[in-house]
Design a binder for this molecule. Structure first.
Ligand code: NAI
Length: 486
């Protein structure tokens, strides 16, 4: 008999309240799982564990492979890195699978209009700005690096199409901003259509993310499965949660090859923590996603049926519903769901998990380098210098011209991405940081790193360099963006 033990982290804020409620329902349903409660969350960070978890907790999750997780708090603008993001990135849970579905009994603008909503959103979960790789380049200028990679995008898209195929979805939509971010979002979009070719039965289309936001509100049932980059997916997830009644109803799964984390979309809701009034539904549906992942469908169905019955009876927590006589606190709401469990039907559910879901440590796929086929050609055209300077663009250009060797030339200077030299507008407001682009002259072969470092040393005698980026051409294609107005 296979008993599966999963790791459970109760989380911060409302986390322990909603997790206790959910576990009480899972236990009442007789789910054949054991729970290893681990030490993870803000308080562990404050005790000196930089990843927000003890070494034992980390080892337990790595051994068990499944984490049912409560929300964890992250301070805004300062302090520790997000424990949630650390966990997702450290264990390569590359696809964040979120489901937004109309629940009968939850009153929304759309339910009143008789418009059912069933949207699945996959958010790429590792890349984008979520590395939080940020620097102050000058006292006035903050920079966040946004990474979109070919292997990472392919992983998220492959998961999306596989999931869509299993679900029988007819259409997958890729949201993006490739009209502005032609290389980053452009790469995400290119990978989308590359993967889509392997799923000819599914219609693949794309939409600019701002238009997507509008259309989701106006015609939400035009969308079935949506895939987005990390930050855009984060924002539109909350929009989709709003369509089905709020964050209390939005479940999610962070899927990786070795570890998967199941958690509600919402956060630790410090404004209502400790009051026993939070809605446990999102975490409960997340736990049902976990049960299905473990092939325990009968329990997931039984619990969701009981939840639906409870909502149809009009019971609600304080974040939704309007009948004061049927307003319940977190514990009472869980008890109402338990009361609606069809225990007779659940008695026939399998008492063990399928052997295939009990992974042994020997099956763990170790870290590997994800790299696509090398380009036919890779040439260095030059370098962008990001420099701190309060002089005029032409004065800065004169400084560069005094040190640039004969085989290279100054192409342009931009400020906040807008060209200000050799052409520009006197009306462009500048900040104290310029980008100066230097490229090889026509006919000069690829520039070497030695030449760039030698140029850097010469430039440093003229002006403070904040950072440098190599200007590459892959397969003969310019692989860096132009400045606005260039
Ligand atoms: P939040 O999701 O915690 O709260 C937003 C609003 O929704 C609040 O008014 C809250 O009371 C309400 N709400 C959220 N969940 C609810 C529930 N189950 N029942 C009833 N009402 C609920 O977002 P916020 O305030 O931006 O973030 C709070 C903290 O949570 C931050 O430290 C943030 O970093 C963290 N967070 C953690 C996440 C995770 O662990 N995966 C995800 C999002 C935020």
């Amino acid at each position: 008999m296979h008993h599966k033990t999963i790791a459970v982290a109760k989380g911060d804020g409302i986390g322990p309240e909603i997790m206790d409620a959910v576990l009480s329902i899972l236990n009442a349903a007789g789910v054949p799982l054991e729970y290893h409660v681990i030490e993870m969350g803000k308080s562990w960070y404050e005790k000196g564990f930089s990843s927000g978890m003890t070494e034992e907790a980390k080892a337990t999750i790595e051994e068990l492979g499944i984490l049912l997780k409560g929300p964890m708090e992250t301070p805004k603008g300062k302090g520790m890195k997000s424990i949630n993001v650390t966990a997702r990135k450290m264990w390569s849970t590359y696809a964040n699978h979120r489901v937004f579905k109309t629940l009968n009994g939850v009153d929304t603008v759309f339910s009143r209009a008789g418009i059912p909503i069933d949207i699945t959103l996959i958010r790429e979960n590792i890349e984008d700005t979520y590395g939080g790789i940020e620097h102050m380049l000058t006292n006035d200028v903050a920079l966040c690096r946004r990474f979109i990679t070919r292997p990472g995008s392919l992983q998220a898209h492959r998961y999306t199409f596989e999931m869509a195929r299993k679900k029988g979805a007819k259409k997958v939509t890729c949201g993006h901003k490739a009209n502005i971010m032609k290389l980053t979002d452009g790469l995400f979009l290119e990978c989308f259509y590359e993967v889509a070719k392997d799923y000819p039965e599914i219609q693949a289309n794309d939409i600019i993310v701002d238009d997507l936001a509008m259309k989701l509100v106006v015609r939400p049932n035009d969308f079935e499965v949506i895939v987005l980059t990390n930050l855009q997916g984060d924002i539109l997830s909350d929009l989709c949660a709003g369509l089905v009644g709020g964050l209390g109803f939005a479940p999610s799964a962070n899927i990786g090859d070795n570890i998967s984390i199941f958690e509600a979309v919402h956060g630790s809701a410090p404004d209502i923590a400790g009051k026993n009034i939070a809605n446990p539904t999102a975490l409960l549906i997340s736990s049902c996603m976990m049960l299905r992942f473990l092939s325990l469908e009968a329990y997931a169905n039984g619990i969701e049926n009981a939840l639906h019955a409870t909502l149809m009876q009009g019971y609600h927590t304080s974040d939704f519903g309007s009948d004061p006589a049927k307003k319940l606190n977190t514990t009472e709401f869980a008890a109402a769901v338990v009361k609606n469990l069809d225990l007779t039907a659940l008695k026939n559910a399998p008492r063990e998990v399928a052997a295939t879901t009990v992974r042994s440590t020997a099956e763990i796929i170790p870290n590997h380098m994800m790299v696509s086929a090398p380009p036919a050609t890779a040439e260095v055209n030059g370098v962008d210098f990001f420099v701190e300077c309060t002089e005029s663009p032409s004065a800065l250009a004169a400084r560069f011209d005094s040190v640039i060797p004969s085989e290279m030339e100054l192409i342009m200077i931009s400020n906040r991405g807008t060209q200000v030299y050799p052409h520009g507008s006197v009306l462009t407001e500048c900040i104290n940081q310029y980008r100066v682009r230097v490229e090889r002259k026509a006919g000069v072969p690829s520039v070497s790193s030695d030449q760039i470092f030698a140029l850097g040393a010469a430039v440093a005698t003229q002006v403070k360099i904040c950072s440098m980026e190599w200007l590459m051409s892959y397969n003969g294609q310019r692989s860096y963006s132009l400045a606005q107005g260039q």
